[in-house]
Structure formats: C-alpha cells, structure tokens
Design a protein around this ligand. Sequence first.
Ligand SMILES: Nc1ncnc2c1ncn2[C@@H]1O[C@H](COP(=O)(O)OP(=O)(O)OP(=O)(O)O)[C@@H](O)[C@H]1O
Ligand SMILES: [Mg+2]
Length: 326
Amino acid sequence: MSAPPLLEVHDLAVSFSTRAGRVPVLEHVSFTLAKGETVAMVGESGSGKSVTAYAMLRLLDRAGRIDAGRVRFGGADLFALSDAEMADIRGREAAMIFQNPRAALNPTRRVGDQIGDVLRRHGAIPANQVRQRVLDLLDQVKIPDPARRANAYAFELSGGMCQRVMIALALACSPALLIADEPTTGLDVTTQAAVMATIRALAKDRRMATILITHDLALAAEQADRVIVMHAGHVVEDAPTAALFAAPRHPYTRALLRATPRTTGSLADLESIPGSLPTLTAPDLPPCRFAARCPGATAVCRREPLPRHRGDGRLVACHHPLEGAP
Ligand SMILES: Nc1ncnc2c1ncn2[C@@H]1O[C@H](COP(=O)(O)OP(=O)(O)OP(=O)(O)O)[C@@H](O)[C@H]1O
Ligand SMILES: [Mg+2]
C-alpha cells in the first residue's frame, strides 16, 4: 500500500465579502502533494494562487471565508485544529514565503533575531550555535556581509534583501512543506538561481515538499515535478511537468504556453490570451469560467457542471479536452 500524501486539499471553496457582494473566488480546488515533491502553481494574475495558499494555512484576512473543503496535512485536519495548534504547524512544519516579504517580516525586531527565534523555537540546535546558524542561512540565500545584515531591521533592507531574509526564515525550521509564493520575483538571476538551489537541496535532502507559485513557466518547467494550472479560481489542469508541456489538455493551458515569450518564460504581460478573467460576481457566470475566452467552447460548457477527468496521473477540467501537441 502506498503512503498517504503529505498534503491533501479536497474540494476547497473560498469566497470574499466585498462591496459588490460575496465573491466566489475558489471553487472545487483539489490536489495532493507527496513528501519531497515539487509542484508549480501557475495561472494569470488573479486566478487564485495566493488565496489557495492562504486558505490552506488559515491565513485569509477577515473578508475571506472558507465555504467548503478539507485540508489534510501530515495526518492532521487543518481546518479542525485550534488556532494555537495551527500556529504551531505554521511555525514548524509548513512555512510560507510571502509575495510581499517586507510586510511579512516583523518591523520591530532585527532580522537575524527573527531567524534565531525560529531556530530556538524549533529546538533543533544548541543555543550557542544559533548565531552561527543564522549567519549560515543568510549566506545560503546570498546575503552579502551576513553579520552586518543580521543586525538590520526590515525597513533598512531593500526589497530583494527582505525577500532573501524571508526565504532564510522559512527554511530555518526545515519545514516538511514550503509554500513559496513568487519566491524569486524581483531578484537578480544569480540570486534567483541560488535561492532555487537552496530550496531544491532541502527538497532532496530532507524530502521537503514544495508548492512553487510562479508566473514563470520556464522556472516551473525546470523545478517542478508537476504543474497545477489555475484559471479564475478553478484548477483547470494538473499534470506531470513533461506531459503538460508536451501536450496540454486544457485549452487554457495551451493558451498560456502559446502566450509565453520563450525568452523570459514569464506570464507577466500576457496580452495574447484573448479576453480576461471573468468577473466573478456576474450573475450568469458559466460553470466553465474559461468558456467566454475559449475557441472550443460549446453550449455544454455554459450549461453543464464542469467535469473533472482523471487519468494517467493527470486531471483536466474541461468538456472538450485537447488531444495531441501544443
Ligand atoms: N482580501 C480580498 N478581498 C476581496 N477579494 C480578494 C481578496 N484577496 C484576493 N481577492 C480576490 O481573489 C482572487 C484571487 O486572488 P489571488 O491573490 O489569489 O490571485 P493570484 O493568482 O495570487 O494573482 P497574482 O499572480 O497577481 O499574485 C482575485 O480576484 C482577487 O481580487
Ligand atoms: Mg498571488
């Protein structure tokens, strides 16, 4: 019998209350992640990648509500834990690198002390070695002059430096799961490579599972075992990386691959996917939220519940999945 997955997200639904009413942002989001596995989560801006991560770790702000679903992590039902138990898991076993690193750091504590706090809480190393370990971590994420930078406050550091501190902080507790939300955006190429190498080494040596949220399809192709494609709050495709790039089965995945400039691999300025994400408050939102943009859409797509076909280790949420090459 195979071991249960480290992480199991099942049928997650999230809505936000806004001035325009309740907005169903995520629907039926399901995926699993095995120990040591790296999965990339891709999709246009606003497709629900960050909200998925926040909801899983119970970090949604007050306007956000989990309407349905279950998240199992290492045998625990995360939505059934007390706040204290959840905070403990966040500090120890499931770490997140946030999209806005400066805001995620404590403004009133030196960055080295913040990393030291995590190491001490984790209790894995003797107190007299904490300082050295902090400097090692800062060095690993290519922070020059770690001894000086460790004494700085977040506001004294550039955005890129805060990003690296955030990564060191996330890695300090050797988490079983790392959620990295655009971890290398805004970093120069050398630092990007160093950061990804550090994450990879941990994934390999300690079998850390990673969710890599990114706009960069080239990075996803290079780093991930599997890719989850999100569109307007739905997982539209989930497939092993090579299979997805060789032959996307959802029309949106194909559009993404076609729209991505080969040189940068970034989705940053996606002009060439026709249309835009649908307005989620629209009263006539079709079951397939891609239908209005899809060249292959038929009446069924606007009427029937979205099917979720599984097979060959892939999932495709489409009435008319594609066969063949991109
Ligand atoms: N606090 C909030 N209140 C209302 N709506 C929100 C809130 N946070 C997120 N949303 C909405 O949820 C949807 C998904 O947002 P999310 O931040 O997850 O997108 P994303 O895929 O991470 O995009 P990006 O690539 O730009 O980071 C968007 O429509 C966004 O407007
Ligand atoms: Mg985001």
